[in-house]
Design a protein around this ligand. Structure first.
Ligand code: NAD
Length: 249
């Protein structure tokens, strides 16, 4: 990656009216959370079928056991890394309006971003499959699985989007609107293979936004939708990009 690419990306962010970020599992890898795809990814050890809504309905206990192990036991202790912090600092500097994230770990909010659209929900909440009430996860015990609704006794499900479930309408609408109107989009740590979330950068691209991408590996966007590819890990590239943006020309 050349210094020129970094400076070019920084210039676009400084000159933009609206910049937003679109993040995937890669941004949390340096916090110790494995991605789903690729070596060491969750799918190399577990069957994605466990995240099917139909499977959860039939086997809530088995599905919950894996979800508890993968997400809940770890998510209480993980911390935002330098990449999350750089995005929070970009927002604090008035240079980033929103983070649209596919992640369910809540690390953008922990880092300090105030406007985060959670495309696939969050492990911070659970929802009753019967009465649809939502509760903060820390208010229910996960010792006996599946946890039950304190109100109606129905099965509680993590408030994350399972395969074959729809995206929350309000989140999808706002993210799409943003993609149509923004000048710059920073795409970080995503393969772009999960749909419909993966379409957001394409909508931005087709509406004329400059796409800056940070990823150590090529994705579905690289050399196609991406205008400026900053090849490398998010924990290094985002702080470098932040510094370039904040350093006067
Ligand atoms: P993915 O697992 O498909 O791909 C991960 C991407 O991150 C790859 O492109 C990889 O090259 C890149 N990457 C790896 N290390 C990186 C680093 N240090 N810096 C920057 N990029 C790095 O992830 P996805 O495309 O986001 O899709 C998987 C789905 O799984 C998403 O919907 C997401 O919600 C979910 N998921 C979330 C978490 C989480 O909340 N932390 C973890 C795993 C999966």
């Amino acid at each position: 990656m050349s210094d020129g690419a970094l400076r070019n990306a920084a210039d676009h962010i400084r000159d933009a009216r609206t910049t937003f970020a679109f993040t995937g599992a890669g941004i949390s890898v340096e916090s110790g959370i494995p991605p789903f795809r690729g070596p060491g990814g969750v799918w190399s050890k577990h069957d994605p079928a466990l995240f099917e809504m139909g499977y959860f309905r039939r086997n809530p206990e088995a599905s919950w056991k894996l979800i508890r192990e993968l997400f809940y036991e770890r998510f209480n202790t993980v911390k935002p890394n330098k990449a999350h912090t750089a995005l929070a600092e970009l927002e604090a500097a008035g240079l980033l309006t929103t983070v649209v994230t596919q992640n369910i770990d809540g690390l953008h909010q922990k880092a300090g971003n105030t406007h985060v659209l959670e495309y696939h929900g969050s492990t911070s909440r659970v929802q009753c499959m019967s009465c649809r009430r939502k509760y903060p996860t820390e208010s229910v015990s996960l010792d006996t699985l599946p946890p039950k609704c304190p109100d109606c006794g129905g099965v509680l499900k993590p408030d994350i989007v399972f395969f074959s479930e729809g995206i929350p309408d309000d989140v999808h609408r706002e993210a799409t609107q943003l993609a149509r109107s923004a000048d710059v989009l920073i795409v970080v740590g995503t393969t772009g293979e999960v749909q419909p979330a993966g379409r957001i950068p394409w909508v931005a691209h087709h509406n004329g936004a400059t796409i800056i991408e940070i990823n150590p590996n090529e994705s579905a966007y690289t050399y196609k939708a991406t205008d400026i590819y900053l090849e490398g890990k998010a924990g290094r590239m985002l702080p470098e990009l932040l510094e370039a943006v904040l350093t006067p020309r």
